[in-house]
Design a protein. Structure first.
Lengths: 314, 342, 343
């Protein structure tokens, strides 16, 4: 949306008048309500998006209320009950128990907590700097700033992501916090890349050049003119990335460089259970499926958001 | 002629990136709390040994001088001594790298070949059952972590059905063919030893497949969407209208433009493959550089960690250059456009 | 359908002694999209006689290109679908043809020049590779050697007056200017001799001067080779100068058909009149008249005459029934209830 700068008060007023008139003529409801309705319609056209949304909501619910909904909340830690060790799925333990007798289902609920924390924290650490750098580089395309920032992203993208995360994790003390730090350190360039591409096209748009012509400051143009137009792809990517970050996190804990036992990281549980294949298959297979479900949920949700933001086709 | 300029630029850029990467790796290997020299000799060694080693490792110099020495040695192929194996890291790498290379190579072939095939089939039978089937499979393939595939394959084909071996590169009874390339399959082929070749292939299938699944699914999705998109393009309509047979259009005029995005993404998928090799090698006990790297990481073996990252970085960069060259070959718009293709 | 339609259909084309080269009867084309079906073509009737130059006008999105693509069976299916209609080329129904017959029509019967030359050329093959494929898979192509194929490919490039045709063969589309690409497209359509050439807004995407050159070139080639032509264009001036007969199309229907001179002298359909009014005149001040509203939504087109929501003369019957073609004279037909009593 081309918005105007505060410098052009009279123009803004004019525009407001016209919009107000237009609204009163054609939009009896408030504009936001209508937009939400239309977005929801586009999002919900594909049933898979709804499935994704429901999955994500369910996982969030289970994670937040894990102590309440888990059948055996105390099994989340260093609990031992050898009498019930290695039980296959049954009425009492829906997904069975592990080798020390802990309920797998309860541990999966608590595992969601670590996974979601990881996703949320990493994105919170990564998106603001990544996006800002992308905006700056994109707006200043062709200058030394652009060169420095984009070469820096090239360097971080020159190593397969998990490799660098593993290395960083390993030199620091392996735990959830450091895992998040490590993943964040290698994740920001993707946002810089994405926003760079968008910003370097947007800077040639009329509304940017008109803002420049009016004499708006650089910060204003970057954050008030260009950024609002990049929001939807950023949101879409964030939703998809939640899945990917959780996946990487589970990979880190799988090799023992993420969430540390006895805490129930999903990857940790898969790795522990792998030792008891194939006889006690449920110990690792159910946590593995849990990872797939979470990642799938965020992917479907992300695809739904992409459909929602996509311009009307045909 | 233009292609040469393109490749040269690409290589210069890569050298620059590698240089930057070496700084990142150096920083990582120095941020670790504690004294690397003390770590190398162990807690019980007398102080004077540590001091000597600090001198030897240039640890008393400013950081940039340390970096200079580190880079100089690395360029000569000297990454120091591994704390775990007590051997030259370079020797370890030489021993373990071919196994990973072989695995990644086969995974890459499966990824590209099967991915493109599935995508093509899907696009040509759009919205038929086969298309829906491929779409569901590729969605699951994309969201399932490689280590989950590895475990499921291991469980299903290796342990339950007992079809395939689950450990290592070659059966215990067989002797390795004389080392030429380090790739057992290729070496066996060169030696004319088909029993070993088959055995090695048999060992390769499960880990390579587990490694390839994600990328394959991705390739299939991209190929499908590009192809079905291109099918509605005017140039296809035009070629049809001019009487060119459908078969020729499909195999030639549709395939080539549709492969461009697929091949471009191969580089990224290969990155995922190298990442996932860390987990898959662990699960299948594959004696490659990634399993070596994980062990180094779990024991904070800095010299080995730095070397492994650097080697994988180089491999990744080389693969990306190759991918870019293939893409430029396929797409004259990249090759001929002035001032593009950094 | 009422008797008037049937009569009108029977009479179409009977007026002239020359045989029909192409006859489209009651053609429907639908597109299945997410959320419904686009009912784009709604019973199109259209004829071309041998040697005739027919113009087809109508605003963007009215189904002109869809009709033409249906003739060559190059609509992307799915999403497109042809639920009804016949397309006769020299007496044979193209829609029912087998692979071999269809290829014969495509490689020596009808060819089409696409609207956007950039989109119509495969971006990753050289001009030579594309032209040679056309030669190679033409009906006589099998017997030719590689050198002969290349030589054959150069001929049409010369005909369209492209400089240095040898070098042109090794160029990629991006290396050529828009005008050159358009010439290449024309060359591809003229590789083998054809009986009917469909030109879909040739040169619209180009500069006015280049567009003029392209139209002149096309006109010359058509005269030389004596092919029938369907010319789609927005420029009414071009239609007036180069065609014998004109069809006016609106929202998937033919609304008026007449000899060119007759149509320009006495436009009958309200839509045709609106189109003519929309042409800015050099003498007038700015944009003259025009037609209010826009092309209807094909998902849910208005019932009856599809033009009625925009028509100043709409009557009750227009909202309920689809108007048949009314015959005003030997060379003038119009689909509008205003003329049901003979106008």
């Amino acid at each position: 949306m081309p918005s105007l700068t505060p410098e052009s008060d009279w123009l803004q007023e004019e525009v407001n008048n016209v919009t107000a008139q237009a609204n009163s003529l054609t939009l009896p409801k408030s504009k936001t309500m209508e937009n939400i309705g239309r977005s929801w319609y586009k999002f919900s056209r594909n049933p898979m998006s709804i499935v994704g949304l429901c999955t994500v909501l369910l996982v969030v619910f289970l994670a937040v209320f894990a102590p309440l909904v888990a059948p055996y909340p105390e099994h989340a830690g260093a609990f031992v009950d050898f009498a019930n060790a290695s039980r296959p799925p049954c009425g009492r333990y829906l997904l069975g128990t592990d080798v020390v007798g802990r309920d797998i289902l309860s541990r999966i609920f608590f595992g969601f907590r670590f996974s979601l924390t990881m996703g949320v924290v990493v994105l919170a650490l990564v998106v603001p700097p990544g996006v800002t750098l992308g905006l700056i580089a994109g707006y200043n395309q062709g200058t030394w700033l652009d060169t420095i920032i984009m070469r820096l992203t090239d360097i971080f993208l020159a190593v397969p992501p998990l490799v660098l995360a593993l290395a960083i994790c390993s030199v620091l003390t392996p735990n959830l916090f450091n895992a998040m730090l490590a993943v964040s350190l290698m994740w920001w360039p993707w946002y810089t890349r994405l926003v760079y591409g968008l910003a370097s096209t947007l800077r040639n748009e009329f509304f940017v050049s008109s803002a420049e012509a009016i004499g708006a400051g650089k910060a204003h143009i970057i954050f008030r003119e260009i950024l609002p137009n990049c929001i939807s792809p950023i949101f879409t990517k964030m939703s998809l990335d939640m899945g990917w970050v959780i996946l990487i996190g589970s990979a880190l804990s799988f090799v023992g460089l993420g969430v540390q036992p006895p805490k129930p990281g999903l990857g940790t549980m898969v790795a522990d259970g792998a030792k008891y294949l194939p006889d006690q298959w449920w110990i690792s297979v159910f946590p593995a499926l849990a990872i797939v479900v979470v990642v799938l949920g965020f992917n479907l949700l992300g695809d739904g958001l992409r459909d929602m933001f996509a311009a009307e086709e045909v | 002629m233009k292609l040469i300029t393109f490749i040269t630029r690409r290589i210069i850029h890569s050298v620059f990136v590698l240089f930057g990467l070496s700084i990142v790796i150096f920083v990582i290997s120095r941020v670790m709390p504690g004294d690397p020299a003390r770590m190398a000799v162990g807690a019980r060694a007398p102080q004077w040994v540590v001091d000597n080693l600090r001198e030897q490792m240039h640890l008393n110099e400013p950081l940039y001088v340390q970096y200079y020495y580190w880079l100089r040695d690395a360029l000569h192929g000297d990454f120091g001594i591994s704390l775990v194996t007590r051997r030259q890291v370079a020797d370890d790498i030489k021993e373990f790298f071919p196994a990973t290379f072989e695995l990644a190579l086969f995974a890459g072939v499966i990824m590209g070949g099967a991915g493109i095939f599935l995508g093509t089939v899907s696009a040509r039978h759009k919205d038929k059952w086969i298309d829906n089937f491929v779409r569901v499979i590729s969605y699951l393939g994309v969201v399932t972590p490689a280590f989950v595939f590895a475990i499921l394959f291991l469980l299903l084909f290796g342990m339950t059905l007992n079809w395939m071996p689950t450990m290592g590169r070659i059966s215990a009874g067989l002797s390795r063919p004389p080392v030429v390339t380090g790739l057992i399959t290729v070496d066996a082929l060169l030696a004319g030893d088909f029993a070993t070749l088959l055995d090695a292939l048999w060992h390769l299938i499960l880990p390579a497949l587990a490694l390839a699944m994600g990328g394959m699914a991705q390739e299939a999705r991209i190929t499908r969407s590009t192809m079905s998109d291109n099918l509605t393009k005017d140039y296809i309509a035009s070629e049809r209208s001019l009487g060119i047979p459908e078969k020729v259009i499909m195999r030639k005029f549709l395939l080539k433009p549709s492969l461009i995005p697929t091949v471009s993404i191969l580089g990224l998928d290969f990155a995922a493959t190298l990442s996932n090799a860390f987990l898959v090698e662990l699960i299948f006990n594959w004696p490659g550089i990634s399993r070596y790297g994980i062990n180094a990481m779990l024991r904070k073996d800095l010299n080995a960690i730095a070397a492994v990252i650097l080697i994988l970085g180089v491999v990744f960069i080389v693969v990306n250059i190759l991918v870019d060259i293939v893409v430029a070959q396929l797409d004259p718009r990249i090759r001929l456009a002035p001032g593009r293709g950094e | 359908m009422n008797t008037a339609t049937l009569q009108a259909q029977d009479s179409a084309g009977l007026s002239a002694g020359t045989p029909l080269l192409l006859e489209i009867k009651d053609l429907y084309v639908h597109f299945d999209v997410y959320g419904g079906t686009l009912k784009v073509l709604d019973g199109v009737n259209f004829t071309v006689r041998s040697g005739e130059k027919v113009g087809l006008v109508g605003e963007t999105g009215c189904g002109k290109t869809t009709t033409m693509k249906a003739i060559l069976r190059i609509l992307p299916m799915p999403p497109a679908r042809i639920p009804g209609g016949e397309i006769y080329f020299k007496g044979q129904d193209i829609l029912k043809m087998g692979e071999a017959d269809l290829r014969r029509v495509r490689s020596e019967g009808i060819s089409m020049i696409f609207q956007d030359p950039t989109a119509a050329l495969n971006p990753v093959f050289t001009i030579g590779q594309q032209l040679e494929a056309v030669v190679k898979y033409s009906l006589e192509g099998k017997k030719l050697s590689r050198r002969e194929i290349r030589e054959r490919a150069i001929i049409p490039l010369r005909e369209v007056a492209l400089p240095d045709p040898e070098r042109m063969l090794d160029s990629y589309p991006i290396q050529l200017s828009g005008g050159m690409r358009q010439r290449v497209c024309i060359a591809m359509a003229l590789v083998a001799s054809r009986e009917l050439l469909i030109a879909d807004e040739p040169g619209t995407s180009l500069d006015v001067t280049i567009q003029d050159q392209i139209l002149r070139l096309l006109h010359r080639l058509v005269e030389e080779k004596n092919v029938s032509v369907i010319l789609i264009t927005h420029t009414l001036g071009v239609v007036r100068e180069t065609t014998d007969r004109v069809y006016v199309m609106y929202a998937g229907n033919m609304v008026e058909a007449a000899d060119t001179r007759e149509l320009f002298a006495r436009p009958m359909h309200p839509y045709t009149r609106g189109l003519m009014d929309a042409v800015p005149r050099l003498t007038g001040g700015g944009i003259a008249g025009g037609i209010r509203g826009r092309i209807p939504d094909y998902l849910d087109p208005p019932p009856g005459c599809r033009f009625h929501p925009r028509c100043d003369h709409a009557m009750d019957i227009c909202r309920q029934e689809k108007p048949p073609f009314y015959r005003l004279s030997d060379n003038h037909e119009v689909a509008c209830f205003l003329y049901r009593d003979g106008g």
